[in-house]
Design a protein around this ligand. Structure first.
Ligand SMILES: NC(=O)c1ccc[n+]([C@@H]2O[C@H](COP(=O)([O-])OP(=O)(O)OC[C@H]3O[C@@H](n4cnc5c(N)ncnc54)[C@H](OP(=O)(O)O)[C@@H]3O)[C@@H](O)[C@H]2O)c1
Length: 274
């Protein structure tokens, strides 16, 4: 007697699936039975991956070629999220960095980075949120970075875009409270990928092996966090309590910062003017 097949988990859209972390997400989700919509600019890579996933995992997999830094590319993917009721997961992974001080970063690089890391992630999150809340089902995974915790030399714009992802995704989690929609924030540390070449040739070389994770370990840990019901997953952070403290302290600061009266330490100037 044959076992009944488990229900299909639906379709996952993975942005930035042509390499690195996104490619491993696509592979792992296909192994879990998801059909895949693979988004990035490099069509040949996406088509090759889609063919591999179909062959290895007997799932549907297609390439959706889009430049998410452009309005046209972005709207092609938001439209898919809005129109395709089979979509049950969005992995907002596409992003890039430039390892340069602000003064040396070209204006068009800054604009594309903000357009991809912030604008696209926000618009795709919104499209998924609206569709998933209507169906009261679905999972959004936003890839932030440990670089968003605190300023790190040489990545002023990248770090700030990831700080945005940190705050924005936690706000998104508030918007899905009381629904069956899930939102996970993933905060990788340093991960071996082509992203380091994009950021600036050889940037990964000076980092000791002991602090750089493989894409496979990163994605497997992130999926383990998702399976365990985590809302925030930092694959390479061994002291998880630090993250909880950071989030709790941010909440305390928010509660404490609103007051009509200036803080006592600023009262000297007021007394002088009086
Ligand atoms: N590697 C790390 O150390 C690390 C650490 C923390 C967080 N992260 C984050 O992890 C995510 C994935 O990075 P990765 O390390 O895996 O880098 P990666 O190998 O360079 O992958 C980036 C992906 O994004 C796609 N992409 C870039 N620009 C795009 C655009 N304008 N439109 C559509 N797709 C675009 C790329 O494909 P195409 O070039 O084909 O478009 C590629 O598939 C990023 O958000 C990154 O910030 C990485």
């Amino acid at each position: 007697m044959t076992q009944p097949r488990p229900p299909k988990p639906g379709t996952a859209i993975v942005t930035g699936a042509s390499s690195g972390i996104g490619k491993v997400y696509a592979e792992r989700l296909a192994a879990r039975g998801y059909d895949l919509v693979l988004v990035a600019r490099r069509k040949d890579r996406l088509n090759g991956l889609a063919a591999d996933l179909r062959r290895l995992h007997s799932v549907e997999a297609e390439a959706l070629v889009a430049n998410l830094s452009t309005p046209a590319g972005l709207s092609a993917v938001t439209a898919r999220l809005s129109d395709d009721a089979s979509i049950s997961m969005l992995v907002n992974n596409a992003g890039f960095s430039a390892l340069k001080p602000l003064a040396q970063t070209p204006d068009d690089t800054i604009a594309s980075m903000i357009a991809l890391n912030i604008t696209a992630l926000t618009a795709l999150s919104k499209a998924a949120l609206v569709a998933f809340r209507q169906r009261n089902a679905g999972t959004i995974v936003n890839i932030g970075s440990g670089a968003g915790f605190s300023p790190y030399p040489g990545i002023p714009v990248y770090g700030a875009t990831k700080a945005y992802v940190f705050l924005f995704t936690q706000s998104l989690q508030q918007e899905v409270e009381g629904t069956a929609v899930r939102v996970q924030l993933v905060l990788p540390g340093a991960v071996i990928s082509e992203g380091w070449d994009v950021a600036g040739g050889g940037a990964l070389d000076p980092l000791p092996d002991s602090i750089v994770m493989t894409t496979e370990d990163c994605v497997d840990a992130a999926l383990s966090g998702l399976d365990q019901g985590e809302t925030v997953t930092a694959p390479s952070l061994h002291n998880g309590a630090l993250l909880a403290e950071h989030i709790a302290l941010s909440g305390k600061l928010l509660q404490s910062v609103f007051d009509a009266a200036p803080a006592a330490r600023y009262s000297a100037g007021r007394l002088q003017r009086a």
